[in-house]
Design a protein around this ligand. Structure first.
Ligand SMILES: Cc1cc2nc3c(=O)[nH]c(=O)nc-3n(C[C@H](O)[C@H](O)[C@H](O)COP(=O)(O)O)c2cc1C
Length: 210
């Protein structure tokens, strides 16, 4: 049975716009994968900062990983990596905070992007160790950051592409609701709904053919 990992990164949890958008993505995914199970991982405020032993281990240590597994961040890291590895699809619901990802999503990234576990350093650079799979990112922002007439930089999209690519996840699709105020949000929701309809028509066709 297929698994979908659903990360909820906003401090506003299920009341958030990014969560609302991600539910739409889940709806489309479940249309093409009706028997899939959804693993819900709320990380907005729930994934703790890294502890000292984890940071020391990643920087090089005499102690074995087995020893460290029993401890704080390392065991949390292993749990989150295994959860990610077990997923056939990943849906990330995230707001834009200060032009980039919110701190909760950065914490999750710091737990799952782990040297000698989810990527290796080679002569050719960092090489991802995870199997690629579709990752859908539902982004919500107060102002526009993509397309024309933007007044702010976007470090969120290129950062997620770079960091998830480092561990082997390259198949990323972004959907966004950009803007604040009821009119802007309503227009943005309509626009993204149409984009999603078009995208998932092709996605369902490809899934059925696979
Ligand atoms: C700490 C913080 C920083 C923010 N930074 C940005 C920003 O850089 N650009 C932007 O367009 N909106 C920014 N916003 C607004 C949120 O992205 C916007 O309200 C979004 O819709 C919240 O999504 P959510 O409901 O999924 O949490 C920020 C909000 C907060 C709380």
């Amino acid at each position: 049975m297929k698994k979908i990992l659903h990360l909820i990164c906003s401090p506003r949890g299920q009341a958030s716009e990014s969560y609302r958008l991600s539910q739409k993505i889940l709806g489309h995914l479940l249309d093409s994968q009706p028997t899939a199970t959804v693993i819900v991982r709320p990380i907005g405020g729930a994934v703790a900062n890294l502890d000292e032993s984890y940071a020391t281990a990643l920087g090089g240590t005499e102690r074995s990983f087995a020893e460290l597994f029993a401890e704080g961040s390392m065991s949390r890291s292993e749990e989150l990596i295994q959860e990610l590895e077990s997923a056939d699809f990943v849906v990330i619901a995230t707001p834009m905070h200060n032009f980039t990802v919110p701190v909760a999503l950065k914490f999750w990234i710091d737990h799952v992007v782990r040297v000698r576990r989810t990527f290796n350093v080679t002569a050719q650079g960092k090489l991802g160790a995870l199997r690629d799979r579709p990752v859908f990112v539902a982004v919500s922002s107060g102002g526009r950051f993509s397309r024309e007439r933007t007044h702010q930089p976007d470090f969120l999209t290129p950062y997620l592409k770079a960091i998830l690519g480092t561990i082997g996840l390259h198949d990323l699709t972004f959907f966004s609701v950009e803007g604040s105020g009821p009119n802007a949000v309503a227009a943005a929701r309509t626009k993204v709904d149409q984009e999603m309809q078009r995208f998932f028509l092709g996605f369902a066709r490809d899934s059925a053919a696979a």
